[in-house]
Design a protein around this ligand. Sequence first.
Ligand code: AVI
Length: 325
Amino acid sequence: NKRLNIQDLRDPDRSNLTNDGSDVIIGLTQEQKTIPCHYLYDDRGSEIFEQICELPEYYPTRTEAQILRDNGSAIAQTTGNCELIELGSGSSTKTRLLFDAYQSLGHALYYIPIDVSAGMLELSAKQLLNDYPHLTINGLVGTYEQALQQLPPSPLSKRMVFFLGSSLGNFAPKQCQEIFQEVKKALNPGDYFLLGLDLQKSKAILEPAYNDRQGVTAEFNYNLLDHLNRRFQGNFKRQNFQHWTFYNTELGQIETYLRSTQPQTVQLKALDLTVEFEEGETIRTEISRKFQRQEMEQQLDQEGLKPLKTWTDAEDWFALLLCEV
Ligand code: AVI
């Protein structure tokens, strides 16, 4: 199929962080144990995340989708025809709203989805090609960093990198700065960056979004242990851990943990790693930062990604920022 090309940037023979697990060793040997968030998104994790997006408590997906529906054509008109590059494309469901807008400009579509889940990327790419006859896809399987450093040459004179769903919030401030720098480096003057951000709001809305009644988010969290077991020959027992999440008002972030219900020893054979847990000890598995619009606009500006326009929903729950390099 000439319209589909998928390149796997994860190279098992080279010691890159995606595959060799050195980032897991670092995380699990720290005082506060932690695991890099991309391990939540194996093929199974990506499927569970899709279910999260449909939950009544999880407002970000549908709020952002509405902003895209309302303003997609304004975005497309501002940028004009450009190659579309998506960080963390997942199911590419919201991407369709952008495709619809760009398609109305009357040009062929060029799309580079970037994701760590090869299965999810391939499945969504095939569905998109079915539904958009004038679409060409060049998928990259890998982390944002890997992919941004290895973008294929563009068939168009302009590009737009987009990062939706407030996935930026899953990274600490310093990592966010690094992502902005990678994005900037991958783009040329006159190119665009579109960023979706979940905004600060009350605990009463935030906490249920990460602790839903059906337990789908808890399952997403437990799957991380299954993934580590599969990937690194581990023996985590999910029944020995509890899903625990809360909004840290001071830091403006949701923090999610797996809490050990008992003293236990876990081994990850492939990493030659033994980890001891005390009763009640936690692994921090995710942060989800909630942003302030002006603060973020300033930061982007400092990184050479100049904010052109920001769109929000009626309740100011979520923002979509369009920046120009
Ligand atoms: C992908 N990311 C923006 C989601 C979030 O809201 O932080 C991941 C998620 N974790 C639990 N629910 C959703």
